[in-house]
Design a protein around this ligand. Structure first.
Ligand SMILES: O=P(O)(O)OC[C@H]1O[C@H](O[C@H]2O[C@H](CO)[C@@H](O)[C@H](O)[C@H]2O)[C@H](O)[C@@H](O)[C@@H]1O
Length: 279
């Protein structure tokens, strides 16, 4: 009999269990296999300065072992802009890189990252300029809050702000998004607003379809491992099925089927997946 677990009415689970050796063995036996991973909070522990993020050495070693295995495609799917993702993650050659929550895509080759050109319409360019100016003006000189600008978005960071400052800055950023008719995404100590409509779910569906087409199989034949730590990763979890392995890294309600405590625990899981794939 399966273990009863608290599932809320919105389908988000409070306490999904840790991955089992059966989960790992089942995933490792499937081909084609898409290993798609979030970066911050999954491969790299969260830190105060986003430029200081680095992949844990154990995760990096596991990714090196996994990439290049026949029938297995590695992809990083991040909210970061593609340039910063590729620089900081420095993924193995052959890795597909998806930045800005799906708005930017590329591939790591022996000669560097080959990026699909990103074109904003004049309306999107204008909205981006208004958005960045709106965020900067709204935050003013509030201590501990700062604005990160990406090609398609602006991000308010509040990791170093007081609770009161965070509330004030978050309300200001939400008001800017509402004024511009854009959606505000709330993540770990960030409010992010993009001028392009996309999501990690859309990105993952596209990656899966591309891999299926490269192997001449149906999309459903492609097995997927996806791991994420933040609210935006729920959009990826929700497009995956019961035959895929979805892993939430860290606390919080989730649609993922499995949970690990932190990036170190995820590195261990990735190592065991690499070993099962090697076998
Ligand atoms: O999708 P991800 O790869 O998880 O990227 C999401 C955001 O990551 C960065 O912010 C987060 O990580 C920072 C460094 O650890 C941390 O300081 C911040 O509080 C986190 O929210 C990045 O700066 C954002 O642009 C990404 O959207």
């Amino acid at each position: 009999m399966s273990e009863a677990r608290p599932v809320t009415t919105d389908g988000l689970e409070e306490v999904p269990p840790t991955p089992t050796s059966d989960d790992v063995a089942q995933l490792a036996g499937r081909r084609p296999l898409l290993v798609a991973l979030d970066f911050d909070g999954v491969l790299a522990p969260l830190v105060d300065d986003p430029k200081a993020s680095r992949m844990l050495p154990a995760s990096r070693a596991a990714l090196e072992r996994i990439s290049g295995i026949d029938g297995v495609q590695v992809a990083l799917v991040s909210g970061r802009d593609l340039g910063s993702l590729a620089d900081l993650a420095d993924p193995p050659t052959g890795t597909l890189v998806v930045g800005s929550h799906g708005a930017e895509t590329g591939e790591v080759t022996a000669d560097g990252v080959v990026q699909v050109p990103l074109d904003l319409s004049p309306e999107q360019e204008e909205a981006h300029t208004d958005l960045v100016a709106g965020f900067e003006a709204a935050i003013g000189d509030l201590r501990g809050a700062w604005v990160e600008t990406k090609p398609t978005a602006a991000v308010l960071h509040t990791r170093l702000a007081t609770d009161e400052g965070t509330t004030q800055a978050t309300e200001a950023a939400d008001a800017v998004a509402a004024r511009l008719g854009l959606e505000a995404m709330h993540g770990h100590d960030v409010v992010e607003v993009a001028v392009i409509e996309t999501s990690k779910g859309v990105a993952l569906t596209r990656l899966r379809a591309d891999l299926a087409s490269a192997h001449g199989v149906d999309d459903d034949t492609v097995a997927v491992l996806y791991a994420g730590d933040d609210t935006t990763d729920e959009r990826a979890f929700e497009v995956l099925g019961a035959d895929d392995l979805t892993v939430k890294v860290g606390p919080g309600r989730t649609r993922a089927r499995r949970r690990v405590a932190d990036p170190a625990a995820f590195a261990e899981l990735l190592g065991s997946i690499a070993t099962a794939l090697d076998a």
